[in-house]
Unconditional design. Structure first.
Length: 75
């Protein structure tokens, strides 16, 4: 017998990342570096009502990293 989940969940294709995951996997730095980007308004996040937890949309990270990419040409 399986238990039925209750409450709203993100679609299977949409997984939000935690602060630690963004720091480790995207920024390759500390959580404080990510927090500073949030504080400067450079990194959007989702905060669930009644919590302090920050969740990040991978699509936002892809966009931000793409917009700030510096291409270096050999020469």
């Amino acid at each position: 017998m399986s238990k039925e989940k209750t409450g709203a969940t993100a679609p299977a294709s949409k997984r939000y990342l935690t602060l630690g995951e963004v720091a480790d996997e995207w920024f390759r730095s500390s959580a404080w570096t990510v927090r500073r980007a949030v504080d400067r308004g450079e990194l959007p996040f989702v905060r669930l009502p009644g919590t302090r937890r920050m969740l990040f949309d991978p699509a936002d990270l892809e966009r931000i990293f793409g917009e700030n990419r510096v291409d270096v040409t050999a020469g």
